[in-house]
Write a protein that binds this ligand. Structure first.
Ligand code: FES
Length: 203
């Protein structure tokens, strides 16, 4: 059994599971619009530690994320598989953006609301640059990989999508996590212990 710490929350994962499936099982704050097709980009995340326990970048990831960003630890959680036992720390892009925005809207006591603006702008700019520089290879590769119909209509299970989204919202509204607006501080978020049922091999 491996340990994934996603957005500061500890989760158990089996070798062979996709990071996104572990995150969804535990209602982690992460995007998952395309049901593991690797085309929506909602599950982008940063591996902060433990990348040696994960699969290398897939064709889908190479199509959407620049080599520099991959080397820096950016991944698509739906394409990333736990390969060995160990501890892996992950910060989802969705959570990173939420923390930065919250740092502007409601900065922690003693911190300026201007501090998160530069990192927020940097992430948004970098993402846009990635999409432009990878175009049209990202689109062509994706269509070749999953087919045009799946690319255009990536949601396979709408019920599951709605159900999982609802669980994420519920968990986030029940959970009190200190706002940390800096990526390096992500691992300093208090770790919540969660016990979950194991699920079969990821789809
Ligand atoms: S869930 Fe869509 S790219 Fe990963």
């Amino acid at each position: 059994m491996s340990t994934l710490i996603i957005n500061g929350v500890t989760m158990q994962a089996k070798v062979g599971e996709r990071v996104l499936n572990v995150a969804r099982r535990n209602a982690a704050h992460i995007g998952f619009a395309c049901d593991n097709a690797g085309v929506c980009q909602g599950c982008r995340c940063s591996v902060l530690r433990g990348e040696e326990h994960l699969s290398p970048p897939s064709e889908a990831e190479k199509a959407w994320i620049s080599a520099d960003r991959l080397a820096a630890g950016e991944r698509l959680a739906c394409q990333t598989v736990v390969r060995s036992h160990g501890e892996v720390h992950v910060l989802s892009r969705a959570e990173e953006l939420r923390l930065l925005i919250m740092g502007i809207v409601a900065p922690p006591h003693g911190e300026s609301r201007l501090n998160p603006i530069a990192p927020l702008a940097s992430i948004l700019l970098q993402t846009s640059i990635d999409q432009v520089t990878q175009f049209p290879g990202n689109i062509v590769t994706s269509i070749k990989r999953v087919g045009f119909v799946r690319f255009a209509f990536p949601v396979l299970d709408r019920e599951r999508l709605l159900h999982d989204t609802q669980r994420v919202v519920q968990r986030m509204t029940n959970r009190s996590v200190p706002i940390r607006s800096v990526r390096k501080q992500a691992t300093a978020i208090p770790i919540l212990q969660i016990t979950t049922e194991e699920e079969p091999q990821a789809r």
